[in-house]
Design a protein around this ligand. Structure first.
Ligand code: NDP
Length: 481
């Protein structure tokens, strides 16, 4: 059994209550460890430790803070294989993906914000009548970072790294569904020389410890990534405290495929955008709109590719599709497929749970699924399914495609596939999403603003946006004669 503990004051501590939750492996459906079911008492320990560390961490020269973050990045790289194995076991994602994407990106997050710590500059504004303003950017204080299960270490570090770089102490909570690599990060931070109390990692349920972190008066900002419903609840809870809040929420991302696209590139990338990480990435394409002239050819080729993608043991090097993260989530995704069938949709491929043999017999596996024939208002085109399920819909004109794409409460990301860059610019301008990729997907530059419009979030992460979120701006105006 793999039992993990909280990380507070650079020590791995059992929860004060001694209450633990089961940790289940999605590939086998079996309990393989336990995690603390943290509560107020654990949070208080973390707050006391953070308060002790706060001043010296905030005042540490940024170059020294940067050196510690670089060391964390190096240690993540040195432990890449162990972290990747843990991520795959905990989440069900293919080991190849954890190795090539999740863990390297966690290291990049620390490297990137180590540089940001030393490069972050304040602004100055001269006034005509002998006055000058300059903006102090001071750490917010103690901040809370809460992340989801789909890209566990990747998203956890995407929040923690800028918060630390800006000089804050952090109390972080990973998803209870995927706690393992977050726990390993604690040890790495300790080895890298992160001072005691600067980072606490508390495990447990969102509704208890997550909620307590959000509500705590000594925690001055919350950076949250997760579902829209949870984000809405947190926003209502925090509004009376006027706490800084960054929300990265769900998506229902449209892909617009025009007649003149590069067919091979588009198919390969849309296939990846649809089914990578079992479709459990907030940026995955989920509504694919294809221009009528190429619709049948595109459909045939995409279905053929999906049929060849069979879920298999995530630990196997060759596996491209692993397990769905949990049984409740598998059932939720299957529910969408079932209701699509009842609505008269055509399941072009997939739609069924997969039973693997031997020790994987109770794991949570689902065929990649492509659905055709649903109206845009159907829940499968409106609600986030967050699994390996996409819908295909033909369109005639570009205007129609834009209307269909924007007909959503969400506004996270979109992709456009065309060789005509004038059309691409025009469509990108009209799409109501925080991110538009043209002829590519998930091509990330960490300096760019990242986040969604509408119900996909509040604020932006990435680059200077993150450094601004994790600092308070104070204008100092000096009049001189
Ligand atoms: P949830 O909203 O269920 O949970 C996210 C995190 O919040 C978890 O750590 C969870 O803990 C915690 N949490 C749950 N309830 C509360 C609460 N009341 N107060 C404080 N914290 C709470 O999302 P999922 O983990 O299911 O993640 C999937 C969702 O995340 C999808 O909607 C996806 O689109 C979105 N997402 C958005 C991204 C973006 O950048 N926009 C990126 C990746 C995912 P616990 O696990 O214990 O319940």
């Amino acid at each position: 059994m793999d039992n993990i503990d909280n990380f507070i004051g650079n020590q791995h501590l059992a929860p004060v209550s001694k209450n633990y939750l089961d940790n289940i492996c999605p590939a086998t459906g079996q309990v393989y460890g336990s995690i603390p079911n943290s509560d107020e008492a654990d949070l208080e320990l973390a707050i006391v430790a953070a308060k002790r560390a706060q001043k010296s961490w905030a005042q540490m020269p940024s170059e020294q803070r940067s050196d510690i973050l670089i060391k964390i990045a190096q240690l993540i790289e040195q432990n890449l294989e162990e972290l990747a194995q843990a991520e795959s076991l905990d989440n069900g994602k293919p080991i190849s993906l954890a190795r090539s994407v999740d863990i390297p990106r966690a290291a990049s997050n620390f490297k990137f914000f180590a540089a940001a710590a030393s490069q972050f500059a304040s602004q100055a504004h001269h006034m005509p009548n002998n006055a000058i303003n300059y903006t102090l950017r001071q750490p917010v204080g103690i901040v809370g970072c809460i992340s989801p299960w789909n890209l566990p270490l990747y998203l956890f570090t995407w929040k923690i790294a800028p918060a630390l770089a800006a000089g804050n102490c952090v109390i972080a909570k990973p998803s209870e569904v995927t706690p393992k690599t977050a726990s390993m990060l604690g040890k790495i931070c300790q080895q890298a020389g992160l001072p005691e109390g600067v980072l606490a990692i508390l495990h447990g349920e969102g509704k208890t410890i997550g909620n307590l972190i959000c509500q705590h008066r000594d925690i001055k900002a919350i950076s949250f990534t997760g579902g829209t419903q949870t984000g809405a609840y947190i926003a209502t809870q925090l509004a009376p405290q006027f706490k800084k809040l960054s929300l990265e929420l769900g998506g229902k991302n449209p892909a617009i495929v025009l007649n003149d696209c590069d067919m091979e590139l588009t198919l390969n990338e849309i296939f990846r955008a649809s089914f990578a990480n079992q479709g459990q990435i907030c940026l995955c394409a989920s509504r694919i709109y294809v221009q009528r002239e190429i619709y049948q050819d595109f459909k045939r080729a995409l279905v053929e590719k999906a049929k060849a993608l069979m879920p298999a043991d995530p630990a196997n090097e060759q596996t491209a599709m692993g397990a769905i993260v949990s049984k409740p989530h598998l059932n939720k995704v299957l529910g969408f497929i079932e209701r699509a069938k009842q609505s008269g949709a055509t399941i072009l491929t997939g739609g069924e749970q997969v039973k693997l043999a031997g020790r994987l017999a109770d794991g949570y596996y689902l065929q990649p699924t492509i659905i055709e024939g649903l109206a845009n208002e159907h829940e499968c085109n409106q609600q986030e399914i967050f699994g390996p399920v996409v819908t295909l819909t033909p369109f005639d004109s570009i205007d129609e495609a834009i209307t269909l794409a924007n007909d959503s409460d969400y506004g996270l990301a979109a992709t456009v596939w065309t060789k005509n860059l004038a059309n691409a610019h025009d469509i990108a301008e009209q799409l109501q999403t925080g991110i538009v990729w043209v002829n590519c997907w998930l091509h990330r530059d960490l300096r760019t603003p990242f986040g969604g419009m509408k119900q996909s979030g509040l604020g932006r992460e990435g680059g200077e946006e993150a450094m601004r979120f994790f600092t308070e701006a104070k204008n100092v105006c000096i009049k001189y004669t």
